[in-house]
Design a protein around this ligand. Structure first.
Ligand code: SF4
Ligand code: SF4
Length: 225
């Protein structure tokens, strides 16, 4: 989800790469699970997240929705999935009673990122440190790649940028689309990138194939104004 904020107010003003160190270490969160509660609909999921969840839990996207782990919300004309977080502090449905994440090894990209954010510029992105978000004081320096703990990080980062700009391209035009075109586009988006099952093998290859169709469709639906 894109936010329009003054970077000076929310960060230390630095742009980080994954090879940089940043003050992230919070002693394994030590009893705090604030990030998994009271976050509303902000943990928006991308195709990599759905690939990780469905292949590790061996279930479908639809069943995650039915079981209330995920929900759908509209963001600037697009229907996208997010982690369902209950109100009044009950939190994410993956959160265990001991305050730990029940899917830590394959948790979504946003959960891995926090308290980092992404700053998108020129078809790519850098990381920034949100200085007022983590409740822990005296955080230690950790290399960002270690913090994220994502295999094949260079490919993942290319995917993140590609997905972001793909959606952004659509968002530039959606206000001109007819209701019918918008409905069809959203059905296509959900079906192609989220509901259609992913094989366990190479996610990036499967994503590239789906993107080929996606780019054709975005032009088609863009014309249905
Ligand atoms: S998926 Fe895990 S880390 Fe993310 S909000 Fe839920 S419990 Fe927290
Ligand atoms: S606020 Fe900080 S310590 Fe608490 S769960 Fe989030 S990252 Fe961990």
């Amino acid at each position: 989800m894109e936010r329009h904020v003054d970077m000076k107010e929310i960060s230390d003003g630095r742009k980080y790469r994954s090879s940089d160190m940043a003050k992230l270490g919070c002693n394994d969160c030590e009893g705090c699970s604030e990030c998994c509660r009271n976050t509303g609909t902000s943990i928006v999921l991308d195709p990599w997240d759905i690939y990780m969840l469905t292949t590790h839990l061996e279930c479908s996207f639809e069943s995650l929705l039915q079981q209330q782990y995920l929900e759908l919300n509209v963001i600037e004309g697009m229907i996208l999935p997010n982690i369902k977080v209950e109100d009044h502090g009950a939190g994410c449905h993956f959160l265990k009673e001991n305050g730990r994440c029940g899917i830590h090894a394959f948790r979504p990209g946003f959960c891995r990122l926090f308290p980092l954010g992404r700053l998108y510029e020129e078809q790519s992105f850098t990381y920034f440190l949100q200085t007022q978000e983590c409740k822990k004081e005296r955080r230690t320096k950790v290399k960002i790649s270690k913090w994220l703990d994502i295999p094949d990080l260079a490919r993942y980062e290319r995917f993140v940028a590609e997905w972001h700009y793909f959606l952004k391209n659509f968002q530039k035009n959606y206000r001109n689309m007819s209701d019918e075109a918008l409905r069809k586009w959203n059905l296509f988006l959900l079906q192609t990138f989220f509901a259609k099952p992913y094989e366990k093998e190479d996610f990036y290859q499967q994503f590239a194939e789906r993107m080929e169709t996606g780019r054709k469709e975005i032009r088609k639906y863009g014309r249905l104004v």
